[in-house]
Design a protein around this ligand. Structure first.
Ligand code: MN
Length: 327
């Protein structure tokens, strides 16, 4: 039987028995993915386990100051000594294994750590907790379960995970559990003003130029309850931007009064449109993302469509309009 549950002891026990570990996360990593990876690498190291962190895509520039981030390898393929050089793969934030962007990860036993809805428990061991505010908070629990004192760096990295995934404690996952973990992280060395400055005031120039491109495409539907943005390859080129520069843009229309949901369609390579969805309150964008083969959370989800930008945008607008009850 596959051990599965929201039980950090399962994950700690499996991790402890590893000798050399490959750690990875979903493509286009965010603060929760990177912060969780770095903290997990520290926990593994406390167990005497050598860890290699390999991600398919670079982290956004606003995460560049995370302690230990220089150890993260960004590569298009797995290391040359994979699989024989490794006895465990840990995936964080991967609701499906292929979200990591590497083929053949399952040639090594997998420990799957995630808080997305509908993760199918593809690992040998699965530590899954849909109610966790961030995977970083789950990793924090692993330290406590293991009896390993987290360093200030681990406190910083898990706090970054928590603050980014809760939208600075503004989203619906900002429950007492998130604040309890945050208090412990702050007690052990995470400094909220410093981290807020990294996360919000560390943007690239290109991301601001791309915001300008995106805002030119902004339209409101459903009597102002739905907002939609789209950036194509030409817009990325004009802004001299890449996939790491898109992160905060969706939050601008999300902050408009009456807006309940936002669609942001991004095309930085031909034939594939990446879609981010955000909502406020009761609108469940995860259901919409899932209808297009994606997933996520109630208020933040995403999917990818193999089509052109305007077709993808129109399909998502139609789907969200249905959810919101008409254009
Ligand atoms: Mn997360």
């Amino acid at each position: 039987m596959t051990p599965t549950g929201n039980n950090p002891a399962l994950a700690v026990d499996r991790l402890r028995s590893a000798r050399r570990l490959l750690l990875t996360c979903h493509r286009n990593p965010d603060g929760d993915a990177i912060g969780s990876e770095l903290a997990l690498a520290e926990l593994a190291s406390a167990f005497g386990i050598e860890t290699v962190i390999v991600n398919r895509d670079p982290a956004p520039i606003n995460l560049a100051k995370l302690p230990g981030v220089e150890a993260v390898v960004v590569a298009e393929s797995l290391p040359p000594d994979f699989p024989e050089g490794f006895d465990l793969v840990v995936t964080v934030e991967c609701p499906e294994l292929d979200r990591a962007g590497f083929d053949g990860l399952d040639r090594v036993p997998i420990l799957n750590i995630d808080h997305h809805m509908a993760n199918p428990a593809y690992g040998e061991v699965n530590y899954l907790d849909e109610k966790a505010p961030a995977v970083g908070e789950m990793v924090w629990s692993m330290f406590k379960t293991a009896g390993v004192e987290p360093s200030p760096a681990a406190a910083v990295n898990t706090y970054v995970a928590l603050t980014t995934d809760t939208g600075d404690f503004r989203y619906s996952n900002a429950r007492p559990r998130a604040f309890r973990a945050a208090a412990e992280m702050v007690e052990r060395g995470a400094d909220p003003p410093t981290i807020s400055e990294w996360v919000h005031d560390g943007r690239s120039e290109a991301s601001v130029r791309l915001l300008g491109e995106a805002l030119k495409t902004l339209r409101f539907l459903c009597n102002g309850r739905l907002a939609s943005l789209a950036v194509d390859e030409a817009a990325f080129a004009r802004a001299d931007a890449d996939s790491t520069d898109t992160d905060e843009i969706i939050n601008i229309p999300r902050a408009v009064a009456d807006v309940e949901a936002v669609i942001f369609c991004k095309q930085w390579e031909p034939g594939v449109v990446k879609v981010s969805l955000r909502s406020r309150g009761r609108v469940d964008v995860c259901v919409v993302a899932a209808a297009f083969g994606g997933g996520g959370h109630t208020n933040a989800a995403g999917c990818a469509l193999a089509t052109d930008l305007e077709t993808a945008r129109a399909r998502l607008e139609a789907a969200l309009s249905d959810v919101l009850g008409g254009r």
